[in-house]
Design a binder for this molecule. Sequence first.
Ligand code: ZN
Length: 202
Amino acid sequence: MRARSGTRADAAWLAGGWLQGATRCETPNRNTRPAQMPIDLVVIHSISLPPGRFGGDAIEQLFTNRLDCDADPYYPRLRGLAVSSHFVLRRDGAVLQFVGCDDRAWHAGMSSWRGRGDCNDFSIGVELEGLEGQAFEPAQYDALADLLAALALRYPIEGVAGHEHVAPMRKLDPGAGFEWRRLAAALGWPARYFPAGTVAGG
Ligand SMILES: [Zn+2]
C-alpha cells in the first residue's frame, strides 16, 4: 500500500525508505528483503553501550562495524557482530537512520510474529537508547510516535512489538519500563496493533 503522490508520505520519505530529517548513518549491515514481502511490523528495541551509559557514539560505531572492542570491558563480546537497525532514537529524541526501510536490517535475529518467522524480512527495527527494564524519555515517545505515524503512511503497518515479544526465549528489550499504553495513546491506534496484554485486556 503506497500513498498517492502529493500526500504526506511523499513529504516524509525519500527514495528507498529514508526518513526526511533523520541523521543518516549508512551501514553495510543490510540486505534485500524477500520479493513481494509486505513490511507490516515495527520491532521496538532498547540499547546502550556500555549498558546503562547514555550519550557517546558507540551505538553508531557498533551498527557500522567501527566499534573498538577494546575500549570497554563489555565490548569484547560484541567482536565480529554484524548488526543494525533501521532507526535509533537517542534520549533527546534525535532520530538516526542506518538502513533504508525498503531494505532489510539485522536487528531481530531468530524471531517470529503472528506465525511468521524471521521478522527481519518484514519488519522495521527501532532502537531506543536506554536500558531494558528502565524508563525511557518523553522525547523518545514523541519521536517514536512521529516515526510510527510516518511509517504507517508509507508501509502497511499491522503491528508494533517489542524484541521481547518476537524472541521471548532470548530477549528482554525494551522491557517493563517501556510504556505501551503511552505509545498507543500518542498514536491513537487500537489495541490490536500492540502485543497482547500491553494496552488493553489480554
Ligand atoms: Zn533488541
